[in-house]
Design a protein around this ligand. Structure first.
Ligand SMILES: [Zn+2]
Length: 130
């Protein structure tokens, strides 16, 4: 399901969903359903998994990093617009998928149910109508 996206100046600029870097700042961005990951984050994940394999087997589940704790106010402020851009990118993916479903005559009720929102909320969010 994943596909490669070349960092191309003429292509639509996408951002890594993990580090929020734009595709122009990394070598490669790989697309998943509604998300993207850059080569740098793949490398970091691979390092983490490799290090864990050499240590004791860890508890299953997600390891939540406390990296925000070590950041300065300025670093966090710098991060805010990047995270907002990733959020906007995710919203655009939802809009595109909802449009595909509507072209296939999937009802607003089903789209809403999938997102655990009402039919009315789905229509307001994705129809583009007032
Ligand atoms: Zn990244």
């Amino acid at each position: 399901m994943a596909s490669e996206t070349q960092a191309d100046a003429t292509a639509v600029q996408v951002r890594c969903s993990f580090c929020a870097k734009p595709s122009s700042e990394v070598e490669k961005v790989i697309a998943g359903p509604g998300v993207y990951i850059c080569n740098e984050c793949v490398g970091l994940c691979s390092d983490i998994l490799g290090a864990e394999r050499q240590q004791q087997p860890s508890q299953p589940g997600t390891q939540l990093p406390a990296w925000e704790e070590t950041m300065t106010d300025e670093q966090i402020l710098d991060l805010l617009p990047r995270i907002a851009a990733v959020g906007a990118q995710t919203e655009a993916s939802l809009q595109r998928l909802a449009a595909i479903l509507r072209e296939r005559r999937v009802t607003w009720a089903r789209i809403g149910a999938a997102l655990q929102i009402t039919r009315q909320s789905a229509w307001e969010r994705f129809s583009g109508e007032e």
